[in-house]
Design a protein around this ligand. Structure first.
Ligand code: GH3
Ligand code: MG
Ligand code: MG
Ligand code: MG
Ligand code: MG
Length: 337
């Protein structure tokens, strides 16, 4: 994924701001109890190329809106009607159907101040006093449709940005070769895991592992074989550890940190021993050539009761590194802790 380009955003804004005329493919819901008045509004809109859905009162309007919600671009409603008034209809569309930006235009015969306030409080976008000029109705619809389109397109763009940001965030904590976490994540997440360890008073274990004689793999089979070994090494770790709790970070070239939350020392050693054996027993295949590898492991466990003020996550890793060094010294393909 690429970061969001400034030019692309500006182009989007330009495109959004370009006005569009009322056009075919737009649908209006016309809600009016007076048949003649309803027909007048419907005819005006049909002449402009809009599709019209008609309802005889608020209740019918709400039912029709519910079943055609995705197709309707604008609602034009009378205020006073049997069963349900225009303001109640507007409120329901806004609140119950969560359509905060849909244009709703209210037609009223009596422009009483307090009544108009009610109408706006119910969430209508605009009102028109009957009788009105055809041009005014069309002008108001156009303005509100424009705003609606703008609002929807901006929301869409914001959503794209959210997705794009999330991808960038993931990339920033992922090792591109193996797909496991990178050091960036380790430094952030380990501190959080340790805080949790303290809160719930559970032990946490950390394993540092390094592939044995990895330089020889590169020298013998080539760098791309070495890459395959790294990928398969991580895949094997993932097969052994617990999916929901444990996680792996690439610490260096062929060195990885495995974090085992809620894991006591003995369990951690058992798990690591299983992993050591699995690695040693499973040759990696690259270009149909089997490559046998082994790895060395340093295990350390942190008991929350032992945590002192001068504790640091680096110290935990240093301890594991110390044991890893011992494993190398004692002949490799070993677990020390
Ligand atoms: P030891 O058993 O002591 O760990 O020996 P080693 O050969 O594994 O250790 P050394 O540190 O000498 O070599 C590590 C090698 O890993 C050297 C480096 O070129 C290689 N390496 C590091 N990152 C990558 C990578 O992304 N891909 C490949 N193919 N090789 C890598
Ligand atoms: Mg009426
Ligand atoms: Mg090595
Ligand atoms: Mg080395
Ligand atoms: Mg190394």
């Amino acid at each position: 994924t690429k970061p969001f380009a400034e030019g692309e955003l500006l182009e989007t804004v330009d495109r959004i701001l370009k006005p569009v005329a009322l056009s075919q493919g737009m649908t209006a819901l016309v809600v009016e109890d007076n048949v003649v008045a309803r027909q007048i509004v419907a005819d005006i809109l049909i002449q402009e190329g809009l599709q019209v859905i008609e309802a005889k009162d608020g209740q019918e309007g709400y039912a029709l809106f519910s079943s055609h919600a995705d197709d309707i671009n604008v609602v034009i409603t009378d205020l006073f009607m049997p069963n349900m008034n225009g303001d109640a209809l507007s409120k329901k569309i806004r609140k119950e159907l969560n359509r905060s930006d849909l244009p709703i235009i209210c037609l009223t015969a009596t422009p009483d101040q307090s009544e108009l306030l009610n109408v706006f409080n119910a969430g209508v976008s605009d009102y028109l006093v009957k009788p009105f000029a055809k041009e005014e109705l069309l002008a108001r619809i156009t303005v509100h449709l424009e705003r609606y389109r703008l609002s929807r397109q901006l929301k869409e763009k914001i959503n794209d940005l959210k997705i794009s940001n999330e991808k960038i965030r993931k990339l920033s904590i992922t090792d591109p070769l193996t797909g496991c976490y990178n050091r960036n994540y380790l430094s952030r997440q380990l501190a959080k895991e340790i805080t949790r360890t303290q809160r719930y008073q559970t032990p946490i274990s950390l394993v540092l592992t390094d592939i044995d004689f990895f330089k020889k793999v590169n020298d013998t089979f080539g760098h791309s074989a070495g890459d395959t070994v790294l990928v398969e090494f991580v895949n094997t770790i993932h097969r052994v550890i617990r999916k929901d709790l444990d996680w792996v970070t690439r610490y260096g070239g062929e060195e990885f940190v495995i974090v085992l939350p809620e894991t006591a020392y003995d369990q951690a050693c058992q798990c690591t021993e299983r992993l050591r054996k699995k690695i040693a027993d499973t040759p990696v295949t690259h270009d149909e050539v089997p490559i046998s590898i082994t790895a060395s492991f340093g295990v350390t466990c942190l008991d929350p009761a032992q945590i002192t003020d001068d504790f640091s996550t680096d110290r935990l890793i240093d301890t594991a590194d110390h044991f890893l060094y011992q494993a190398k010294e004692n002949g490799r393909n070993r677990v020390e802790g």
